[in-house]
Design a protein around this ligand. Structure first.
Ligand code: LLP
Length: 415
């Protein structure tokens, strides 16, 4: 593909140059139509049975995007009180929020209990703590289905090498703790990990989870978790995750489970990346070019504080080069192998390493694709840099500022 942003008219009535002039560089830019398309797709992972898709807020916390998810029929899952507050700000009613924390304090559990937000406990000790705080209460438990998946070992969240979930061998103890505190276990959930491009590991885990479900007598919902992948190599024509094929296989697995039950519980999933990654790009400015020991570097203002995924997981993000408001075609232009770096004081501060790209010039704009998930939400002020603004290109082609850039006041105001 020559250009993803061109193919979907990502920038509407404007272009990267104008956007950076108006909102500053670097800049996160989202596209409403792409976001709504992916949100709608995720609400249809199961159609044959009652189902809701919970948007996993950790992927993107912008209230304008969360509001869109709500409008598209999504519920949401939150990992912390801060995420719960953000969801409330975006207009989510409490019954549409699922709290899925990990290793939290009594105060944080109480925060959700006071709001009547259903919570999933991720260990026997957290279940015990919840029981002490909320005798007779309703809750869910997160189980480890024994099968994990993900694009990097750091994001595999089930199986043998992870801190997450209650292991199969401990399930019976869940009932001991529950009966001690009169708890009603109304939900079970899993999350195998983040980013699989074929559904196999997810389906295998789901089969295991539905097997565990037979032990629970009060289930109102079963949550299969998130992790649905997106094509990060789209310029090389990588195919999207096949939601329809996944639905067919998933519903066949649910059919088996449903045979033994008069009424099925509500099924849920927790997609984050799929919903918002492709609907966001990151723009930055090229300020320098140089060679060091024969290697070519392009220096930009997209530091690892702005997008940490390449530094943290060696993640691949496709890059488009814009010049004078238009994309430089990777198909017809001269190429050069370069590392695109940021302005942070670390050698690992890279957007890509030794990649063949159209020859880049000072003054060009770098457009990093698929930055809408785990982009801004993982931003930091490292090196005392300001976090960028976020802008939405609306369906009618106009643009709207949806989060302002940090100011030096923000940076210094807490001291
Ligand atoms: N549910 C739970 C319990 C999770 O822990 C996660 C992600 C999700 C749902 C959503 O997963 P998704 O559909 O977005 O793959 N920072 C990493 C990803 C970490 C994901 C952590 N948990 C990255 O940038 O690749």
């Amino acid at each position: 593909m020559e250009s993803f942003t061109k193919s979907v008219n990502f920038f509407g009535n404007t272009n990267p140059d104008e956007l950076l002039k108006e909102y500053g560089s670097p800049l996160y830019v989202y596209n409403e139509s792409v976001l709504r398309d992916r949100m709608t797709k995720m609400t249809k992972v199961v159609t044959k049975y009652p189902f809701t898709a919970n948007f996993s807020v950790k992927a993107n916390t912008n209230p304008s995007i969360l509001k869109m998810a709500l409008e598209c029929g999504m519920n949401a899952d939150a990992m912390s009180p801060g995420e719960i507050l953000t969801l409330e700000k975006a207009g989510f009613p409490r019954e549409k929020i699922f709290f899925v924390p990990n290793n939290v304090s009594a105060e944080e559990l109480q925060f959700a209990i006071d709001r009547n937000i259903i919570t999933s406990l991720d260990s026997l000790s957290q279940l015990e703590l919840f029981g002490k705080l909320n005798k007779g209460g309703r809750c869910a438990v997160r189980l480890n289905p024994g099968v994990g998946a993900g694009h990097h070992e750091k994001v595999v969240t089930a199986g043998k090498n992870t801190k997450f979930g209650i292991a199969e061998g401990d399930i019976d103890q869940i009932f001991e703790v529950a009966s001690k505190y009169d708890l009603h276990i109304v939900g079970i959930n899993q999350h195998v990990g983040s980013l699989y491009m074929t559904a196999e590991p997810f389906l295998k885990a789901t089969k295991a989870l539905l097997g565990f479900a037979e032990k629970f007598t009060e289930l109102e919902f079963i949550d299969f978790g998130g992790g649905f992948g997106i094509p990060y190599h789209k310029l090389a024509d990588e195919q999207a995750f096949d939601v329809e094929a996944c639905r067919e296989q998933l519903e066949a697995i649910i059919d088996e489970y449903a045979k033994g039950h008069d009424k099925t519980p509500l099924f849920k999933s927790e997609p984050g990346r799929f919903v918002c990654a492709e609907g966001g790009v990151l723009l930055g400015q090229v300020y320098s070019k140089k060679h060091n020991a024969e290697k070519a570097y392009v220096g930009t203002d997209i530091g690892m504080n702005v997008l940490v995924r390449p530094s943290m997981y060696d993640s691949w993000h496709d890059i488009e080069v814009y010049r004078n408001g238009d994309v430089v075609s990777p198909l017809t232009s001269e190429k050069e192998t370069v590392s695109v770096t940021g302005n942070i004081c670390e050698s690992g501060d890279l957007i890509c390493k030794e990649r063949e790209l159209p020859v880049i010039e000072e003054g060009d704009v770098i457009c990093v694709l698929d930055a809408g998930a785990y982009g801004y939400s993982m931003c930091s002020n490292y090196n005392s840099r300001l976090r960028p603004a976020e802008v939405m290109v609306m369906a009618d082609g106009s643009t709207k500022l949806i989060r302002r850039r940090d100011t030096y006041e923000d940076l210094l105001g807490r001291f």
